[in-house]
Design a protein around this ligand. Sequence first.
Ligand code: PBG
Length: 309
Amino acid sequence: MKIRIGTRGSKLALWQAYFVEDKLVAAGVKTEIVKIETKGDKILDVSISKIGSKGVFTEEIEEQLANGAIDIAVHSAKDMQSTLPDGFELISFSERELANDVLISDNKEASLNNKNLVVGTSSNRRIATLKHFYPHIKTVPVRGNLQTRIMRMEEGACDALLLAYAGVHRMGYDDKIVQKLNLTEFTPAVGQGSVAIEVHKGLSKAKKDLVRKALNHEPTEVCLLAERSFLKTMDGGCSIPVFGLAQIKDDSLQMTGGITSLDGKEMIRKVFIGKLKDAKSIGKKLAEEVLSSGGDRILKSIKTELSNQ
Ligand SMILES: NCc1[nH]cc(CCC(=O)O)c1CC(=O)O
């Protein structure tokens, strides 16, 4: 049997695709990598929150899944909408890498405690978190893939970048890490650090089983089930500063999640603990609690602010 692996062409996307390919090959499967360019890859000069539409990085890939040109698509789990278009599903999640955000810089002294540090990030979650805990930090928007962002930093656009450890590590930039942010202040985006496999529901059971067996990490899958159920109930979308992280502690699932207002003034954070088998309902209940504790009001005002930008 041969599995055709669809992926975007960025270096991080290719790292993920080769990671998946290695696991499949180790399981004795033949593979082929198919690079697919998406709208999101072509539009580099507009911030994604302004493009606004869902699926700018996935539409073309889903077309190829639907017509059978590829069997599976590889994504960063955190880039996936909580509800996929009809006919598609995520069938496997790789073991999660460290979920933390990190500060990277060429200046070893750089730290979020520095008074005049200028941090490059286009993530509303990271901007809002900085405004909440480190209000003295200035931020500038920096977009593009990791290599482009580092180039912008080296040209002087900013002193440091705030990024997911997973991407920094996978691209081999560990030596630029100057600070590892803790998970209680910088609770990551849902899915951060795990690689997800998307398929069209019509893919043969034999191929789905093969992929799950070679790639799926059950503890991560349970956590992602809770996190994605949380995200779905929050009804956020990727430009909303919603954060969520589930972890297995002893035999129970512990999930933290919340939302921050765009100006960083308000942050609602809740924790829910339950049984592993209730992962989905834990995520949903946690979101309901966040929403009913004021998250609903924050979410509405964020949506209004973003639609007026
Ligand atoms: N939003 C882009 C994106 N999607 C996944 C990663 C990093 C890898 C991962 O979290 O799996 C990144 C870059 C970043 O946020 O720094």
